[in-house]
Each structure stands twice: as structure tokens, then as C-alpha cells.
Design a protein around this ligand. Structure first.
Ligand code: ZN
Ligand code: ZN
Length: 353
């Protein structure tokens, strides 16, 4: 009888554990925009574009979308309290929406510093091919990355003192995007679709599907029907917003999405939750003002104004959003001595310059 109770308890505990694992764990790493006002930029607490999506069985697929300025730091902050293992900095798959620098300026940092965490895994990069305003697409960028860091790569890969890293981890693999599925693994599919960010052509948004649920990321775009077609009934629609008046700069206004158009997109697609990111707003405008502008635009569904390091857990029938809370990291007087030998060796390799 005791054994039967124990088995039932274990089955119940496993079911509970399973029920508590979301289908998607999304971390908004960067929700801001580049600006010529450095004080406003710093005070906003919002760095440039990126989000991390963990999904698949037991959240085993870790996918980074965009990697603008300061996103490496956000990856370090988002990786939990373990002082040795930071899974987020070890991310080895990055999808770039378009070739404006605020969407990939930390690619070099993730390639080079991330190598120390990826170790033997190459960085895989999906991004736009060449366009009318730039002959270098993602394949060329990846090749340049390798050569820009040639000295660093050679020294680490050849072995200097006791620092030796496999060259495979410093050999990026690039795939230039087309519309449709671009990545598929363990039941997770990432699909790219064209958006309208003219004259930045091509520019893409991404849809991530898993277990009959989905997360959509707009990239930078003005209102357009192709995004709507690819975003229908998503659980999360994470969409840029531009709340400056058109009189401030019509060229920029015309390739982003105003609050009124943001409301139109949400009304047309009916996500379970709409999330604002890549937030461009005058410094006096609060997050509440932004949400109210969307309501005034005619959308009354669930809305979150994204903040850096906010997490969004998508379950089968609910979505839980949480603002960032820094993990409590216990002070360790001598971290090396407390670790097993194998881990000590690995940590020593990480003190690298
Ligand atoms: Zn852009
Ligand atoms: Zn942008």
C-alpha cells in the first residue's frame, strides 16, 4: 500500500511539474531604440532590440531574435544565479530581422565572448541576404566576423598557456532568409515572413510554433497585411511601436508602427496578448500613456508594455508576465575551491585575458 501511495505521489508530482513548464519562456532582452539623446536612452532602462525564446520539450530549444547594442549584458543578467553556468550567453542560434545596427550590433560580442560559453558549438546565424542598399548579406557578415577576430581566434584555438578552445566554436554558420520555415527541431518551427521597413530591404518578422501555440515577433515594420496574415491567433504578438508624432520625422514615422496602427494590427490578429517592444516614445510619455493610446486606437485586448528582462510564460490556457527580479546570488569567498575538478578546469579556461 505504501509503495502504491508513493507511486501515485510521484505520478502526481511529475504531472504537476509538467503542468508548470510553459510551452514558451520568452525574455525581452532589449525593448528600446537607438536615440541621439544619451541621457534619455540611459534613463529609459531599455537597450536595443532582442528577445530570447526558450521552447520545445522541457524548454530545450534556446533561440535568440536580434542582438542590438548591450544585449550581451542582458543575456548575462537573464541567465540565472549560477555563477559558473550561464546558459543564455551560450546561446548558439540567432535570428536577425534586418540589417539596421540596433538589431545586430552585439553579434560580434555574442560570437566572440559567447565562444567561451558555447565552447565547441558554432554560432548559427539566420539573417537577411543582400539588398538594394547593401551588397553584404548575413553570409558575408559571418565570414567577416571570423576574420575580424582572427588574432583572438588563432591564439585561443592554438592554445595559449592553458586556454584552448575548439575552432568549431569560432566558425559561424550563416543562412540567408527566405519566406517560410527556416528552422525546425524537436517540434519547434521558426518561420520568416517579409515585413515593410522600406528602404531596409529585405526585412523580416518571425513566427515560432510549438505544440499548437505560437509567438510572433514583428521586427521593424510599418502596418502591413503580410505581417497580419502570418500573425493570426498567436498567443503572443510582440510588436514594435513608434509613438512620436509624424511631424517630428516623417521618414522614420513612415517605416514604423504608430499606436493607432498598433491597435489595428492587434484587432486584426487577435493574439492572446499583445506586447510592445522597440518602444520609441518622447521622454515624457509613460508606459500607461502608451497603453492608453492603443485603447484610444480601438483595441481593448490584453496588452503589455515591454520592459527589459521582462519574462512571458506561455501555457496552454494562460500567459504569465513578470517584470525582472535580480536573482539572489550567494557570495562565495573562494568559488574555485568549492567546485568539482572538472568544473574548476572549465572555469579556469574562462578567465581568458
Ligand atoms: Zn530598423
Ligand atoms: Zn530598429
Amino acid at each position: 500500500m505504501k509503495t502504491k501511495s508513493l507511486i501515485l505521489f510521484l505520478i502526481g508530482a511529475c504531472a504537476l511539474l509538467h503542468a508548470q513548464t510553459p510551452l514558451f519562456h520568452v525574455t525581452l532582452l532589449g525593448t528600446g531604440v537607438p536615440t541621439l539623446d544619451p541621457v534619455a536612452y540611459v534613463n529609459s532602462g531599455r537597450v536595443n532590440a532582442a528577445m530570447l525564446v526558450e521552447t520545445g520539450p522541457n524548454l530545450s530549444e534556446r533561440l535568440l531574435f536580434d542582438c542590438g547594442q548591450a544585449v550581451l549584458t542582458r543575456l548575462l543578467q537573464s541567465g540565472g544565479a549560477d555563477p559558473v553556468h550561464n546558459p543564455n550567453v551560450a546561446v548558439d542560434k540567432v535570428f536577425i530581422t534586418h540589417l539596421h545596427s540596433d538589431h545586430y550590433s552585439d553579434l560580434a560580442a555574442i560570437y566572440s565572448y559567447g565562444w567561451l560559453f558555447r565552447y565547441d558549438l558554432p554560432l548559427r546565424i539566420w539573417g537577411p541576404g543582400p539588398g538594394p542598399n547593401g551588397p553584404f548579406g548575413t553570409s558575408m557578415i559571418a565570414a567577416f566576423l571570423r576574420f575580424v577576430y582572427d588574432t583572438d581566434v588563432n591564439i585561443r584555438a592554438l592554445g595559449f598557456k592553458d586556454f584552448t578552445f575548439p575552432i568549431s566554436g569560432a566558425t559561424p554558420i550563416a543562412t540567408e532568409l527566405r519566406e517560410g520555415p527556416v528552422y525546425s527541431s524537436k517540434g519547434v518551427t521558426v518561420s520568416a515572413f517579409l515585413v515593410d521597413h522600406h528602404p531596409v530591404n529585405p526585412s523580416y518578422g518571425f513566427r515560432i510554433d510549438y505544440g499548437g501555440h505560437s509567438v510572433v515577433y514583428s521586427g521593424d515594420t510599418t502596418y502591413n497585411t503580410n505581417l497580419i496574415k502570418n500573425s493570426m491567433n498567436a498567443d503572443l504578438l510582440i510588436h514594435e511601436i513608434y509613438a512620436w508624432p509624424r511631424s517630428d520625422g516623417p521618414e522614420v514615422y513612415d517605416y514604423h508602427t504608430s499606436p493607432a496602427d498598433w491597435a489595428r494590427v492587434m484587432s486584426a490578429t487577435s493574439p492572446k496578448m499583445g506586447v510592445m517592444t522597440h518602444i520609441a516614445a518622447p521622454s515624457g510619455m509613460t508606459d500607461t500613456d502608451l497603453a492608453n493610446q492603443v485603447k484610444t486606437g480601438g483595441y481593448s485586448g490584453a496588452v503589455k508594455v515591454g520592459t527589459d528582462l521582462m519574462t512571458l510564460d506561455v501555457f496552454a490556457s494562460s500567459i504569465v508576465a513578470k517584470p525582472y527580479a535580480a536573482p539572489a546570488v550567494a557570495p562565495v569567498s573562494d568559488p574555485l575551491s568549492a567546485l568539482p575538478a572538472e568544473m574548476r578546469a572549465r572555469l579556469r579556461r574562462r578567465i581568458v585575458d
